[in-house]
Design a protein around this ligand. Structure first.
Ligand code: PLP
Length: 433
């Protein structure tokens, strides 16, 4: 069994882990109910309190803020989801009413805006070679000037699921010019603090680092940070609402450990060398190794799984392998060598570039929905955000016409969201020819 906390030197420098390692032995008449005693404890006289930290957690958050270049960082044990919700709450409390974001934002953005009464201004996600691309500021200005103008704040996912990075310096310049807030969902980018030129924290007013995805933290470990004191105060109110009142100490300790984990330059070098292979997608974030497999993607995924190799996700075209600084070099080499032989076995056919989503205007729809079996839904208009899981971005937007191709992907995927018992919600009577 491999352990998360494998680097003793890093561990010695972690305030929360040190507190946990040096606990006085005692009988547990406190939560949690398993009574096992160990790192999974609660707020005791010596263990500080995430909600109002003054001891080891306060010190850990201070260290994290300093490493991430933040005015204030908050440890989260409920995933990036709670960070996104807290950022949206903070933005609203700072006067934001309308947020510009992409159609392929994470579902927490859609849910948060709906719950908080924030208006979403969605720009269509550009797709090239079946892979969604982040927008450039130039394209937004040219193609969606009124959306841009109408927004009080901009929210971008960077890096995204495929390792593409937003046009951060131009976006920052626009926000400075127009005094608009910039929020970045960096759920996949915690490791990028080693690369400040593409790190969310070097540009955003508030940002989330989902450290559990690309740094060695337990699942649900994340950080949300603010660049200025004003944003930090607003964000404090957000996290007070959206964080659990029973934060997990092992997760908190792992978040501090993950942020303090060193850069793995040797692995990065080797991954970047392999990324020169024409069957590897040319992205910016080295931790997202996207193999271009085409129509055989699900077959190749199965072959690898039978050999004990699991990718993060397969979208029916790309097999995406997620790495981190804690990935063992020998594991990467095994993956690389196996991919090289599979690329020969399954040559690529050229796939057509695909247009963006064909959406219909929501206000034209009458609000009545029904659940249809997948095969009967082709040509109907989707009434829900639904997609493959992961990555948990909508493959179908509410109001988008359902195509055969997307139904086929749903039928072949192991995990989905937004569907129910093999059925999909559609708007009655809104069928498009
Ligand atoms: C872009 C993005 N934002 C936010 C989240 C939510 O993160 P978490 O699952 O840690 O709550 C995810 C999760 O997949 C994501 O991909």
């Amino acid at each position: 069994m491999r352990t998360v906390f494998k680097d003793e030197k890093v561990l010695k420098n972690c305030k929360i882990a040190q507190m946990l390692q040096n606990q006085p032995p005692h009988l547990s008449f406190h939560t949690p109910g398993h009574k096992a005693f160990g790192w999974d404890i609660t707020e005791l006289t010596y263990s500080d309190n995430l909600a109002s930290p003054t001891g080891c957690i306060a010190e850990a958050e201070k260290d994290i803020a300093s490493l991430l270049g933040a005015q204030k960082s908050f440890i989260l044990t409920d995933g990036s989801t709670s960070g996104v919700l807290s950022m949206l709450y903070a933005a609203k409390s700072l006067g934001v009413k309308r947020i510009l974001t992409s159609e392929n934002a994470h579902k927490s953005v859609f849910n948060g805006c709906a719950a908080l009464g924030l208006e979403l201004l969605l720009y269509p996600t550009k797709i090239s070679k079946k892979i969604p691309l982040p927008p450039t500021m130039y394209a937004l200005k040219c193609e969606y000037p009124s959306l841009l103008e109408g927004a009080d704040a901009l929210l971008f996912t960077s890096p995204d699921y495929y390792g593409n990075v937003a046009d951060l310096s131009n976006i920052r310049a626009y926000c400075d010019q127009t005094k608009k807030l910039l929020l970045i969902d960096g759920a996949h980018g915690g490791h990028l603090h080693f690369h400040k030129e593409i790190y969310a924290g070097a540009y955003a007013d508030m940002w989330v680092d989902g450290v559990h995805k690309s740094l060695p933290a337990f699942t649900q470990g994340a950080v949300v940070s603010a660049r200025t004191g004003v944003c930090a105060d607003a964000l404090q109110k957000g996290v007070d609402i959206f964080r659990t009142t029973s934060p997990s100490y092992p997760i908190m300790a792992s978040v501090e450990y993950a942020v303090k984990y060193p850069q793995n330059t040797e692995l990065e070098k080797q991954v970047k060398a392999f990324a020169g292979n024409p069957r590897i997608y040319q992205n910016t974030d080295w931790t997202k190794l996207c193999a271009l497999v085409g129509k055989n993607a699900f077959t190749v995924e199965k072959i690898l799984q039978n050999e004990g190799i699991y990718a993060e996700f397969c979208d029916g075209n790309v097999l995406c392998f997620y790495l981190s600084p804690a990935t063992e070099l020998t594991d990467f080499e095994r993956l690389k060598n196996r991919l090289k032989s599979l690329f020969l076995e399954f040559p690529l056919t050229v796939d057509e570039e695909k247009d963006g989503a064909q959406a219909v205007r929501m206000e034209l729809l009458d609000g009545k929905t029904e659940w249809l079996p997948l095969d009967e839904a082709v040509g109907q208009v989707s009434a829900a955000f639904c997609g493959l899981f992961p990555p948990c971005t909508p493959l179908l937007l509410r109001g988008e016409v359902i195509t055969n191709e997307k139904i086929d992907l749903f039928k072949r995927a192991t995990h989905t969201f937004g569907l129910k018992n093999g059925k999909i919600a559609v708007w009655k009577g809104a069928k498009k020819e």
